[in-house]
Design a protein around this ligand. Sequence first.
Ligand code: SF4
Length: 320
Amino acid sequence: MVILERRSRKGPVLTPSSLPCLKGVPAVNITEGCAHGCTYCYTQGYSAYPGAGRVILFENTPDLVCAELTRKRRRPRRVYFSPSSDAFQPMPEVQDVTFRTMEILLEAGVEVAFLTKGRPDERFLTLFCRRPSLVFAQIGITTLNEDLWRKFEGGAAPPARRLEIIDNLTRGGVMTKVRFDPLIPDLTDTETNLASLLVELEHRKIRDVAASYLFLRPAFARRLALQMRQAVGKADLTRDWTWRRLADGVGGGYMIGPEERDRRFDRLQKLAAQYGIDVHVCACKNPDLTVRTNCRIAGPLQDSLSDEAMPLFQRATRCY
Ligand code: SF4
């Protein structure tokens, strides 16, 4: 059971992120904590993490966003949801606040990008399909295996439901990509696991995947290592992992070394290419790799966008 606590947020909401893959795009968390409760969630190591089974909802987010849009002389072109939580957690109160916030942004001509492992309710599809060129979706999924899903991210949407969400979004004209994150070495990055997923993505005409590997924060390293050992039924998969510093703002964690990661990304890129899919490596979590790309977590790079949003962007003078 998840306990929901309502709070009013203080301070500005639309402040640009410093993370390399977000490149100055404002990033909004509707909550602190996440009802999906993925066992590997790196936010468990954050000082603001409210603890397992507890979610703090910032219910005044839509009002603050509305006020900031009205006040700002230069509005952001795009806003990203959510760096440290999921905007589509299975709680109506959370989805209501997400809906109102996204609706205000879209009505003002501001693009909305999101990454989710959740289940956006029906009204989101209607909202996104009204302005598909302003929406950039990324669906996080690393396996079709229900057993692995239950063990590591059982509070999030089941794999089949996530594929359905991809179907609905792409059918509605929303640019939709997929994120393999976190890949767990020898568990979800195996050829068997990934090939079955890539077949489904190819079938849905997904052409871009972003990828990154699991890293362990000290706060949950031991528990997750044990869970992984139980899941594969063999020796500790993490015994050779070393502490790596990640990009500024992401901190650090125990993970496989750079050569090993490079080799595995290379293998993934070759495998995905057989299905016509490009793999982008997350720069925030792989600053130690010589060949890095931007994983485009918040949609395509801004200078490659159409200018369809701009007239709306300039015209909008108030929130609804
Ligand atoms: S969905 Fe994302 S934010 Fe939520 S628990 Fe899982 S990894 Fe963490």
